[in-house]
Design a protein around this ligand. Sequence first.
Ligand SMILES: Cc1cc2nc3c(=O)[nH]c(=O)nc-3n(C[C@H](O)[C@H](O)[C@H](O)COP(=O)(O)OP(=O)(O)OC[C@H]3O[C@@H](n4cnc5c(N)ncnc54)[C@H](O)[C@@H]3O)c2cc1C
Length: 232
Amino acid sequence: LHRFARRTAHFEWVDADGIAGLEPDLAGRFRAGLLFAEEAHLCPRCAMKALVRRLEGMGVSFHFGRNGRNLPGGFHVTIDCRGFAARDLLPELRGVRGEMLLLRSGEITLSRPIRLLHPRIPVYVVPRGDGLYMVGATMVETDAEGPVTARSVMELLNAAYSLHPAFGEADIVETAAGVRPAFPDNLPRVHRQGATITINGLYRHGFLLAPAMARQAAELIFNRMQSSERAK
Ligand SMILES: Cc1cc2nc3c(=O)[nH]c(=O)nc-3n(C[C@H](O)[C@H](O)[C@H](O)COP(=O)(O)OP(=O)(O)OC[C@H]3O[C@@H](n4cnc5c(N)ncnc54)[C@H](O)[C@@H]3O)c2cc1C
């Protein structure tokens, strides 16, 4: 914990009583922890649905399931957010596989994401409401797709169980795996290649970093439009 604390910021130390005060169901289980009071979390699926609704309301049209085919053409700018599939334009991209579980338990209540300092997996348990808990995520240096492996299920369940034994009785509601797109330095990039702007390499932080990346892309487009308008 002390080694981790040296590499991070914006936290306060909490002792066993502090942990019990913040998360009563974890009372007596841990002697110390770090509280990131400003940390927030969201439900990614709800966020995506809300974004689509909002953007449709603003006149944006979505064409799902076309894989880039049969789309209307003639745009001034294309923003390519194909993730790992954009290797044709971004050959440096690599895939980092991540797996997660969704558990349901009526026996434990957590009110904030809890991270465990696990030697191999940076595991976190995120309450999603209605007794649902997302347990994630593995980090495997491969772009292999396919279902969650038995080893990963064991490791994630072990981690959840070590956080609280009540997770041993939880229902496994869902397992899922995905490939995170990452550049060699694990940092995201917004890049312009002609009339195409690529946003990629969001690695483990796509939801966290999306607003900043979108802002950078919007600035690129806006500046480009301004300069072409001035040229007219
Ligand atoms: C298990 C797991 C847990 C994670 N947890 C977190 C977390 O807690 N917080 C966080 O911030 N991030 C998290 N991430 C990372 C986050 O999911 C990624 O950073 C993010 O999804 C990257 O977004 P992206 O849009 O760049 O790529 P992607 O999410 O890969 O999206 C690319 C999309 O492009 C589509 N596509 C591909 N080719 C085409 C084509 N030709 N035409 C049209 N569409 C195409 C794909 O179908 C896909 O929907 C997690 C990832 C995993 C796997």
